[in-house]
Design a protein around this ligand. Structure first.
Ligand code: FE2
Length: 446
């Protein structure tokens, strides 16, 4: 299937785009309902102060859809204006959400279904060539589809923290390919970072702008569990040489000794994953590490984290064509042979599982598997303009958040692309986060 963005850019065929939007809306809702197909108690309980009760996420995606598609784009009178405040993520931090008079599971399902019915009516009469930027190319539908997928990923993190078994499907993934070069070379030179053309890109990905980088090396794969276990076993968590000042503070406060969900038993590492305990698979990318752990590992390994620009160039730049690709391999949608996305299995794929997903520079698994921490703070690109609202990106800009790239196994293809930027606090590790390392090329190598 050709890429969604290509279809929108090239397409004069409004009906095909509308069909695709309808299919994406149905798919994401199926996902949200599957993750909340559980006893009420599991849905209303707070499993961690870091997370909302699952039933909050469920009604929140419907409320967001009501605000943006029905009211803003469709001009429809509010259905339940009295609940807006409860589902405003900025008014109530996650730890406070269980004490709010939020909708119960049955009422939440009814509410989001009612909203969705009207959303499909709006889609029916919708013109993708409407010049209004919220409606043009179906941007507002892209906004709510991506938003719901992002909450679905958050719900998976909540389910993982809950330790509850049974809700999460699993499947076979392609086998790994051990061996081959450990890093790939990216020659010096400019590339275009961000996008001015991808129709469903968020404001923080815009505009495209040239960035000139010196030559560097970047890991061909994300850092694997075997390499990370070697760092742990080498006393990595006890050696202040590897940790920044804030990293040391985090170590002291968290008392972390290994990635989240890892347990030592005799000579072996075990992990808990959605209520199951299993040996840590040494050939998978490490996940559930925070930014400080990634930084410390990189220093121990004599490397560093890539900047966001280095990450994006290695992932998406096509030096022969002189243009950016939507995904590492090109502009075609990810299929099961190119990347581990869309929760096919509830884990990252082994290193080397996706040779067909390699970037122009030969970096693999840049998209899917684990979100990759970068060295960069979350900052606006030159020429940034907030759209459609300041609270999506702008209020998070600054030194407090680090950027993650590439999407995890739990991210949906609709919300992953070369230019997509995620961000979080450097202490967070309940997310599906890992990393890869980089190093600057020496003068002889450049
Ligand atoms: Fe949200």
């Amino acid at each position: 299937m050709s890429g969604l963005s290509e279809m929108i850019v090239d397409g004069t065929d409004a009906d095909r785009l509308k069909e695709r939007i309808a299919a994406e809306l149905i798919a994401v809702r199926g996902r949200s309902l599957a993750y909340t197909d559980a006893e009420d108690d599991l849905l209303v309980r707070q499993h961690s102060p870091l997370m909302s009760p699952l039933v909050w996420d469920l009604a929140h995606v419907g409320n967001y859809e009501e605000l943006w598609v029905l009211r803003e784009a469709g001009g429809i009178t509010p259905l339940r204006p009295e609940i807006d405040d409860l589902y405003d993520a900025f008014r109530h931090p996650r730890r406070d959400r269980p004490s709010l008079p939020i909708l119960g599971p049955a009422e939440a399902r009814r509410y989001i279904e009612g909203v969705r019915g009207r959303v499909l009516d709006v889609l029916d009469g919708f013109d993708p060539h409407d010049p209004d930027p919220l409606r043009r190319d179906g941007f507002v539908f892209g906004l709510v589809i991506q938003h719901e997928h992002q909450h679905d990923e958050t719900m998976l993190a909540t389910l993982q923290l809950s330790g509850e078994p049974g809700l999460v499907r699993d499947a076979e993934l392609p086998p790994g390919r051990p061996g081959g070069p450990e890093e790939v070379f990216v020659p010096a030179g400019p590339f275009l970072m961000g996008t001015s053309t991808l129709p469903w890109a968020y404001d923080n990905e815009r505009p495209a702008h040239p960035v000139d980088l010196p030559a560097y090396w970047i890991d061909r794969f994300p850092v694997g569990n075997a390499a990370y276990a070697a760092f742990v076993e080498d006393g990595g968590y006890d050696d202040p040489r590897w940790w920044s000042e804030e990293g040391v503070r985090w170590l002291r406060e968290s008392r972390a000794r290994a990635p989240l969900f890892w347990v030592r038993d005799g000579d072996a590492w075990w992990r808990t994953r959605f209520g199951r305990t299993e040996p840590v698979p040494m050939d998978e990318p490490v996940q559930h590490v925070c930014w400080y752990e990634a930084e410390a590992y990189a220093r121990w390994a004599g490397r560093r984290l890539p900047t966001e620009a280095e990450w994006e160039k290695a992932c998406g730049w096509d030096p022969a064509a002189g243009r950016a690709r939507t995904y590492p391999w090109g502009d075609d949608d990810p299929g099961p042979g190119r990347a581990n996305l869309g929760h096919r299995a509830a884990r990252p794929a082994p290193l080397g599982a996706y040779p067909a997903g390699a970037s122009a520079y030969g970096a693999e698994q840049m998209v899917g598997d684990v979100w990759e921490w970068t060295a960069s703070h979350f900052l606006p690109y030159p020429g940034f303009r907030s759209f459609p609202y300041r609270e999506y990106s702008e209020v998070f800009f600054g030194p407090g958040h680090r950027v993650l790239r590439g999407g995890s196994w739990a991210a949906d293809p609709a919300a992953v692309r070369t230019t997509f930027r995620n961000w979080d606090l450097p202490i967070r590790r309940q997310i599906f986060s890992g990393f890869r390392c980089a190093r600057s090329a020496s003068p002889e190598e450049s």
